[in-house]
Write a protein that binds this ligand. Sequence first.
Ligand code: TMP
Ligand code: ZN
Length: 415
Amino acid sequence: MTKYPKITTIQRCRICHSSNLFKFLSLGKMPPPNLFPKPDLPKREPFFPLDVCFCQNCNLVQLKHTVNPNLMFKDYIYVSSATQTMINHFENLARHLVKKFNLKSQHLVIDIGSNDGTLLARFKTFSVRTLGVDPAQNLVKVAQKKGVKNLPVYFQSSTAQKIKNQYGTAQIITATNVVAHVHDLHDFFEGVKILLDKKGVFVAEFPYLIDLLQKKEFDTIYHEHLSYFSVKPLLRLIESHNLELFNVEKLAIHGGSIRIYVSFAGQFSKNTANINKLLELEKRENLQSLLTYTKFASFAYQKRQHLRQLLKNLKKSKKRIVGYGAAAKGNIFLNFVGIGNETLDYVVDSTDEKQGRLTPGTHIPISSESLLIKDKPDFALILAWNFAEEIISKNRQFQKRGGKFILTTPKIQII
Ligand code: TMP
Ligand code: ZN
């Protein structure tokens, strides 16, 4: 399938090319957390190292290795429409951008990492032109059913040029939870530059490093996420392409994210206050200091110890525990903490494609959510903690019958 190696190691920072990279955390060898094995297939799964570095020159936090994207993204099991929270989030994002940038029917919106077309389908309701770009071959038809055209390619400068030749420039380019997945960030931004209308806006969302550190979200570290962004290195990246970051907003989604607004220089009035607020926060939280990261690493090991003890105690008192949400982060969590089917009877998940498969590396069977109410286990460990609110509010019946949820993030709680 792949003419490139399965995994490569970086020697230089993905943004500033400095070799001054310090590895501060190793989660060990992990399976790519979105490759769910089928029960009848030999369990020969790939395992790749998951090591995290800090660039002491530009301060980008990034993975030491790059797993070949074809192994992770050509056939993609995660769908944006699996949660009501994301559907609502995309509805609001589309509405917000159409209004803020006065989009009309002649304008083109391109979504990079368009997945199953959830975001673009919302844009279509506002009668703008849309085009999705996503390497997942399996999602082309799924998006099509929503009336969304997805080109099954990676977004890079060469594909951006081809898209521009065929479709023209875009008024809006969106990229939600995809920039962190990109190995060659400079080529990606060159692509944005090629395809963006001179008066257009590039809007991207991704998890914010501040939240990862403050809430000890170690399980959001996985092979797909190559970069863990803060504003400081991002600004350097954007400006090195003569583009301008003109606004940034903090979001609660996915355990804490930021949304950036980028344009050609001078096109929009710059919200310096918002940008400086985050730059100052990053300074106050010592994001420029290596010690912050080594401390985070020891927190991750401590948290692992607490969780192991908690689960061990529950099993000792003969409690039945299941998992809720076979999220990618949940799979890193299970592998890192060392939880298998001796602890969790099964994991429930709303994604049709995940049901009937096993969790990567830990081989716990995945069932539909309805099993929780039917089976009545004592505890449900919320693996998709970024959606805890949605999960708890739709399972009040489970709690009424005496079931309890275990939440791991932002702190360990029993609810
Ligand atoms: P994510 O954290 O990578 O976005 O994945 C969330 C996973 O959690 C996804 O597989 C769907 C699952 N999930 C449920 O099964 N039920 C729910 O109510 C919610 C909110 C998520
Ligand atoms: Zn750097």
